[in-house]
Design a protein around this ligand. Structure first.
Ligand SMILES: Cc1cc2nc3c(=O)[nH]c(=O)nc-3n(C[C@H](O)[C@H](O)[C@H](O)COP(=O)(O)OP(=O)(O)OC[C@H]3O[C@@H](n4cnc5c(N)ncnc54)[C@H](O)[C@@H]3O)c2cc1C
Length: 438
């Protein structure tokens, strides 16, 4: 289905498209946009009807999960399974998956808007991370998987029966992904996995893992990008050779992060995605998309923090006037707003380039745009969250005002999936033509 047809579907509110359930038609067609009666800070001019429709529908779902839900789940380290189920129920986990397998067939521009709307609703990174891998890590599977893999896996991920996680990072190689050591050794009827992954989000609740492992040892390949393979594996806790341990962490505590240990863990041959030893090329396909999603998640958190801060600064009276009347309070917030708006333009520009897959935009330009967007959005979000805490004074440190949670969580887009330093390295080398530094 073409994008034009999708727009028509959006406007017509066709019931067969799950993403549009519950969207009042008056909201679908209008240009200006508001997710609730509360004033929204973000300027929404320029977004497409599809993006605004996504935003409205996701906002309606998120409204059922108030800040207290996220506070409690964060404090009790409790999986937000009701939230995951609510999004799955209306088909949202398939937003960027093919229509032929039950997805909505929309692009990263719309998926980014969905992730931004989730964090902005107050769900923060916890809400986003509860579904992130299902939306993004399934992209290589959708593009390179066999018909059988797609038919058995994708519908179950979209309808929420299975959750998935993404297993790339390793404790001893970190950002030097190409040096990863987890080995998938060929057996008579499949592969035997041995190695360790770290920081794997949602591994405790996932049934599937999209796993990057070595099928040819590093010493035997010419280039370190060779010899890696991508798998979609079952996480079967009853099977020998699989163990996982939760990592205690600073923020987003509702979602688990884990060390995952494989010790001769057996997987079938048909778990392989695409060709053996081509895993890095396959995974590259999705990396720019993930940068866009993370940028959107960061933006949402930043806007949420700024909304809370500006409301507090209007209402809190000290020395006989609202604290926001002091330029020392107002200007840092105004500055943070402009940073978010600029990062928003960079983010949706990058997503648009990514979605424009007619070959007219060089891969290099897409990479530069997506990395820049992730960097700018993460930095803008950090600035907004830090200033939101400071604008609240002592109450910024109190759980009930949420901004302390946002500040804890906004560090994630600065670190993952690629750190700010590595993006600066990338731009220095690829755009400024400096000597490679790593
Ligand atoms: C909350 C959270 C969730 C995550 N979820 C997942 C997940 O689901 N799946 C997954 O696979 N991974 C996940 N990650 C891992 C994440 O992608 C990595 O933490 C990230 O890529 C950084 O790798 P590292 O921690 O090994 O840092 P390291 O590689 O150890 O780097 C440490 C620091 O050194 C800097 N550095 C290193 N080399 C250079 C250099 N050459 N030049 C300049 N600076 C350099 C880095 O920028 C960084 O600041 C998650 C991480 C977090 C925190």
């Amino acid at each position: 289905m073409s994008r034009l047809q999708i727009t028509r579907f959006c406007l017509a509110k066709t019931p067969c498209l799950p993403r549009l359930q519950g969207v009042p038609s008056r909201l679908v067609a209008r240009a200006a946009f508001s997710t609730s009666s509360r004033r929204q800070l973000m300027e929404t001019t320029g977004f497409t009807d599809e993006q605004l429709t996504v935003r409205e529908a996701i906002s309606n779902i998120c409204a059922k999960f108030p800040n207290t839900y996220w506070q409690e789940h964060d404090q009790q380290e409790k999986d937000p399974k009701e939230f995951h189920a609510a999004l799955a129920k209306d088909g949202w986990l398939g937003i960027a998956l093919p229509e032929s397998h039950g997805g909505a067939g929309l692009g990263i521009s719309e998926a980014t808007m969905m992730m931004q709307t989730i964090t902005q609703s107050g769900a923060g990174m916890a809400g986003a991370q509860a579904i992130h891998a299902n939306v993004y890590a399934t992209q290589p599977l959708a593009k390179f998987g066999t018909k059988e893999q797609l038919e058995t896996t994708i519908p179950n991920i979209i309808n929420g029966t299975w959750r998935t996680c993404f297993g790339v990072t390793e404790p001893n190689t970190g950002l030097e992904t190409l040096k990863l050591k987890t080995l998938a050794t060929k057996t008579a009827d499949g592969y035997s996995i041995t190695g360790q992954k770290i920081w794997i989000t949602c591994a405790q609740v996932a049934s599937k893992m999209i796993l990057l492992a070595r099928t040819t040892p590093l010493e035997e390949v010419k280039k370190s990008s060779e010899g890696l393979s991508l798998f979609c594996i079952d996480l079967n806790r009853d099977q020998p050779g699989l163990d996982m341990r939760k990592i205690k962490k600073m923020g987003g505590r509702a979602v688990d992060a884990n060390e995952v240990f494989f010790d001769n863990y057996q997987i079938p041959a048909d778990a392989l995605i695409g060709e053996e030893n081509q895993g890095f090329k396959i995974i590259l396909h999705g990396m720019n998309a993930e940068r866009c999603l993370l940028a959107g998640e960061a933006l949402g958190l930043g806007y949420a923090a700024l909304e809370r801060a500006s409301q507090y600064a209007r209402e809190r009276v000290v020395f006989g006037r609202p604290i926001g009347q002091n330029q020392g309070v107002a200007h840092p917030l105004a500055d943070a707003y402009m940073n978010l708006e600029a990062a928003k333009l960079a983010t949706y520009h990058a997503a648009r380039l990514y979605d424009n897959n007619d070959g007219s935009v060089p891969f290099h330009s897409i990479g530069v745009a997506c990395n820049s967007a992730k960097y700018l959005a993460a930095e803008a979000a950090f600035k907004a969250c830090e200033r939101a805490v400071l604008a609240h004074g002592g109450m910024g440190y109190a759980m009930e005002f949420d901004v302390e949670r946002y500040l804890r969580e906004c560090l994630v887009p600065r670190i993952a999936p690629v750190s700010r330093e590595m993006i600066l390295n990338y731009i220095s080398e690829k755009v400024l033509e400096m000597p490679r530094s790593y």
